[in-house]
Design a protein around this ligand. Sequence first.
Ligand code: PGA
Length: 247
Amino acid sequence: MRTPIIAGNWKMNNTIKDALELVNGIKSQELNKDVEAVVCVPFTAIRDVKEALDGTNIKLGAQNMHWEENGAYTGEVSPLMLKELEVEYCIIGHSERRQYFNETDDTVNKKIKSALAHGIKPIVCVGETLEEREAQKAEEVVKNQVVKGFKDISEEDIENIVIAYEPIWAIGTGKTASSDDANAMCKFIRETIGELYGDIKENIRIQYGGSVKPNNIKELMEKSDIDGALVGGASLKSDDFVKLVNY
Ligand code: PGA
């Protein structure tokens, strides 16, 4: 049985003040306890949000990390720094990082390994562009991202990873993949994990992401292979985030 996981990706939004307002808005409402709720917040707000989340079941996540523990990497944040702040999850390889910050399957692989080595659970993003989908290459692209991203990751570690299938053309565009298409790709990802790791594939949680809103979450979550959602825009309003968790 895979516990559903709804994660908010706040991206580069919310000062500490805004972050606390949002978290307090979420906290003040009843959340389904059978669903894991995660907020992935900007680095600057992690400490305050952590404090605000104390005594709740809401989990804390970051949106990126470097793979080294320390060193001459100006502007980067290390897994040790995140661990110190008791961050439980970290988004890795989001398409915006791949697109704007030159992340590759190789750096994604290094980050996943480093996160796991430090007890941080990676939420690993994969997904195709519109051109790739139209050229019937979506499966090939996503498979490649999974195989390369997961290179040399052990069977024990794999269960601590969450995968987010996020077709790039659906992110922030209001265009959601149909629930059938989203499910087909999540199933395909699970089969790919099966080829690499065998039966463990049934325990791996796979989220869909890309314009998930309170009005389409239920249909997505009813699908066989979609175990959750990674949500950008709709996670910035407390009422919407609560509706997503309580789908
Ligand atoms: P969106 O973003 O929900 O705003 O489309 C999803 C994501 O980028 O994780």
